[in-house]
Design a protein around this ligand. Structure first.
Ligand code: IMP
Ligand code: MG
Length: 180
């Protein structure tokens, strides 16, 4: 399906039924990995709210949730690289098993910034769950990302929490920017 948001056209990239299936599998993996532990899911607002909600419904180990709000895109289709912290981490993460929940890892700068912040709080462990990963856009070496929903090309996407200039977060499927 093709949609228009403001001045740009987008086409379907990943349908919700695929997101659902993948999220269920990620949930199973996390449940096994965190058996008998009580992880803290740290969601990165705004983009991760839908993935966070769906992923958490698949989790059956005891867990807590908290959020941080970071912004890097500032209404463009390219990351600005400068990160602003609009809501900081309020939970005490010392000695906790933290799972950072991201919508997408693009250049990796946001995650790099956040990882440093989280590690400074002396958690017992930190893992990363990201719905999307753009391997060709990565500028930071994280090693292997622990839980990845889908790897996509170096393209701009909206929907399922992701926005273009604030719009499109409500869309159930994920769309990519058309070339023309
Ligand atoms: P990074 O710092 O370049 O890795 O960008 C990470 C953040 O930028 C993500 O958490 C998203 O909020 C946003 N972002 C990156 N790529 C896209 C995209 O294709 N569409 C919408 N937002 C994106
Ligand atoms: Mg984000």
């Amino acid at each position: 399906m093709n949609i228009t948001i403001k001045d740009k056209n987008f086409e379907t990239l990943i349908e919700y039924c695929m997101i659902e299936k993948r999220t269920r599998l990620l949930g199973i993996e996390i449940n096994v990995d965190y058996e008998n532990r009580t992880p803290v899911f740290l969601g990165v607002l705004n983009g991760s709210f839908m993935f966070m909600a769906d992923l958490l419904k698949e989790i059956n180990v005891n867990c807590e949730t908290t959020f941080v709000k970071l912004a890097s895109y500032h209404g463009d289709v390219k990351s600005s690289g400068s990160i602003t912290e609009e809501l900081s981490i309020s939970m005490n993460l010392k000695n906790r098993d933290v799972i950072i929940v991201e919508d997408i890892i693009d250049s990796g700068k946001t995650l790099d910034y956040l990882l440093k912040k989280v590690k400074a709080l002396e958690p017992a462990s930190v893992k990363i769950a990201s719905l999307l990963l753009k391997p060709d856009a990565l500028t930071v070496d994280f090693g292997e990302i622990d839980y990845v929903g889908f790897e996509i090309g170096n393209e701009f996407v909206v929907g399922y929490g992701l926005d273009y200039d604030g719009l499109g977060r409500n869309l159930k499927d994920i769309y990519r920017l058309c070339d023309r």
